[in-house]
Design a protein around this ligand. Structure first.
Ligand SMILES: Cc1cc2nc3c(=O)[nH]c(=O)nc-3n(C[C@H](O)[C@H](O)[C@H](O)COP(=O)(O)O)c2cc1C
Length: 96
């Protein structure tokens, strides 16, 4: 009912907190990737991995969640195997 009279935050459940933590991790990952780029390195974020094996290798608890894996290195100009696709800027940026 409070939300009828004034703006409030609705995302307060445990699951909402998980989403917030993943967003925060993704921002940290992006900052890391930008910093790596500034130092002359390339990075590639990946979500498609075997989380159980990754957690085992890193000695993380079973309940831990891995946000993403970021590979790092120096690009090989012959390393791009197909056409690179970019979503048009106008589709993801809205000026209000
Ligand atoms: C959060 C996130 C997760 C991604 N996960 C994968 C993945 O598991 N496997 C994959 O091939 N590409 C994944 N990608 C895409 C690659 O990181 C990369 O953007 C793609 O290979 C295209 O390369 P390019 O941006 O240099 O053109 C992911 C991208 C993001 C932002």
């Amino acid at each position: 009912m409070i939300g009828v009279f004034r703006p409030i935050t609705y995302q307060v459940s445990e699951n909402d907190a998980r989403v917030v933590v993943h967003k925060t991790c993704a921002l940290a990952a992006q900052t890391f990737m930008l910093a790596m780029s500034n130092e002359g390195y390339d990075t590639c974020p990946m979500e498609g991995f075997d989380s159980r094996r990754v957690k085992k290798i890193l000695n993380l608890p079973f309940g831990a969640e891995v946000n993403m894996i970021v590979s790092c290195g120096i690009r090989d100009e012959k390393g791009v195997w197909g056409d690179r696709m970019r979503v048009p800027f106008e589709e993801v940026y809205k000026r209000l």
